[in-house]
Each structure stands twice: as structure tokens, then as C-alpha cells.
Design a protein around this ligand. Structure first.
Ligand SMILES: Nc1ncnc2c1ncn2[C@@H]1O[C@H](COP(=O)(O)OP(=O)(O)OP(=O)(O)O)[C@@H](O)[C@H]1O
Length: 252
């Protein structure tokens, strides 16, 4: 579904990604670990097509098509969605209006907001005054409404309290067709029809893995995938034991 080939990305004049190769097949969930500043969000931003991430060489293919020069809007229409690490506040735009504008008419927004405990937030401006955990739940709700084929999740559980991580996990599973979620009939139809969604999740702690079954894990270190294609839980254990720089030690 997604193929990243020898991707080099710069932000301003600074090279951040220095030859990333990644292949995520339909139905697969991959996890991305790595130290602060190694380029994880840069990789997600480059896949989504944000202009500040300049692809200096390499390419990104989605559903077999080279999307390297496509706009964010075109990529979103092809089925890529992103949940930000630190999403912006949108003053003057209520969450309910945003959700109505981005999703199909047959979505029951109230019903979809209920399990994420966001029904009372629909009248509020997007993310304005939301707590850290509320922002993350709002990101999940926006993605559930958009219903993309491929999701990029940047630290979905960071700042979320222990009880609400389960809600985030449930939402991620719905996005990845690993479980049901109320109010989104289109998603349920797709699950029954067996469509294969896929995703790439950045996590530092791995807490989300307690709820979301993931297939493969990678470590981004100094702009490259230094350790790639391992069981995510085992990889997490190796990072704890040997650190990011030497995590291949117990896996290679
Ligand atoms: N405009 C800029 N000019 C110079 N460096 C930048 C600019 N924007 C981002 N960077 C740098 O790019 C590097 C990669 O950032 P990125 O957000 O991708 O890291 P990350 O792996 O997601 O980190 P974290 O785990 O802390 O979220 C960081 O060192 C950051 O400071």
C-alpha cells in the first residue's frame, strides 16, 4: 500500500531523513520508534506531503502510484490520513462543523463522538482549550470521520491518561479495521467486505501496543531505519536493554 524508497528529506537547509526505505502492505500496522529529533514526525509529514518537508531525493508510492509531488489535499483524497503529535487550534471552527465538512452525510457524528467522550465538545472550537488527552481523542474522532485507508499516527497516546488510552486504542483499531466502533456504518461495511487498511504509528512508550496489535517495528536513528522489520514488542524490549543505537544487538 505504501512504499518509501531511499527517501531524503530536508527541513530548511538541514537534512533530516537520509535514505529511508519502508514497505507497508495492505492490512499491516507498523510501529516507529526512535530518539527525540531522529526524524519520525518528519517522515510522517513527508508521507502526508506537508510543504516544509522538502524531498531532496527518493520517492513515495501509495497504492502503486508515485505521490512524491502530489499536494496534501490530493494525498488525503487518495486515502491517507494523519493524526498530529501537536495539532493546531482552529479558532472560529467548531469541532462539529469540521467533522460534518470532512465526513459523509450518513455519519452519525453524535454517536461517533460518544465513545470518545467528545459529545459535549462538538460546539467548541477545534482544540481550543482542549487538554492534552482531549486533543488526542479529537484527532482520533476526526480520522474516524475521514475514514482513510492508510493512517499516520504521531504519538497517539502521549499525554493521555491510563483509562483513556483504551479509548484511543479502540479508535485506532477501528481505523485499522481491527474492531467495531459505534456510528460509522461505512467502516462497518468495509470491515464486512474485508478491505485492508494499514497504518504507521509513532510511539515512545509502546503503551498503545497494549491495545493495538501491530505487525512490524522499526527504529529511526539519525535519519535512517537502523533496525527494521522486527516484532514491535521484542524491539521495544531491545531498546530498553541496549538503547536505540544498539537495538539490533539482541535481534540481528
Ligand atoms: N525549521 C527547522 N530548522 C532546523 N531544524 C529543524 C527545523 N524543523 C525541524 N527541525 C529538526 O528536525 C529534527 C527532526 O524533527 P522531528 O520532529 O522529525 O523528530 P522526531 O523524531 O519526531 O522527534 P520527537 O520524538 O521529539 O517528536 C529535529 O532535530 C528538529 O529540531
Amino acid at each position: 500500500m505504501l512504499r518509501v524508497e531511499d527517501l531524503h528529506v530536508a527541513v530548511g537547509d538541514k537534512p533530516i531523513l537520509k535514505g529511508v526505505n519502508l514497505h507497508i502492505k495492505p492490512g499491516e500496522t507498523h510501529v516507529l520508534f526512535g530518539p527525540n529529533g531522529s526524524g519520525k514526525s518528519t517522515l510522517l509529514g513527508a508521507i502526508m506531503g506537508f510543504a516544509r518537508f522538502e524531498v531532496t531525493s527518493g520517492r513515495i508510492l501509495f497504492k502503486g502510484e508515485d505521490i512524491t509531488s502530489l499536494s496534501v489535499h490530493e494525498r488525503a483524497k487518495m486515502g491517507i490520513g494523519i493524526a498530529f503529535q501537536r495539532p493546531p487550534v482552529l479558532r472560529g471552527v467548531s469541532l462539529g462543523d469540521l467533522l460534518k465538512a470532512t465526513g459523509p452525510e450518513d455519519n452519525d457524528i453524535d454517536q461517533m463522538a460518544e465513545p470518545l467522550r467528545l459529545k459535549s465538545f462538538l460546539e467548541r472550537d477545534v482544540n481550543y482549550g482542549f487538554s492534552g488527552g482531549e486533543v488526542k481523542r479529537s484527532e482520533m474522532l476526526q480520522l474516524l470521520v475521514q475514514n482513510p485507508n492508510f493512517v499516520l499516527l504521531d504519538e497517539p497516546e502521549s499525554g493521555v491518561d491510563l483509562e483513556n488510552i483504551a479509548l484511543i486504542g479502540q479508535a485506532v483499531n477501528q481505523l485499522l479495521q481491527k474492531g467495531e466502533f459505534p456510528g460509522n456504518e461505512r467502516c462497518h461495511r468495509e470491515i464486512r467486505e474485508g478491505r485492508n487498511k494499514a497504518g504507521l504509528i509513532i510511539t515512545h512508550t509502546g503503551y498503545i501496543l497494549d491495545y493495538v496489535p501491530a505487525d512490524l517495528g522499526h527504529v529511526l536513528y539519525d535519519g535512517q531505519l537502523s533496525c527494521s522489520g522486527f516484532n514491535p514488542q521484542e524491539l521495544l524490549g531491545c531498546i530498553h536493554k541496549y538503547g536505540y543505537a544498539h537495538c539490533t544487538r539482541c535481534l540481528a
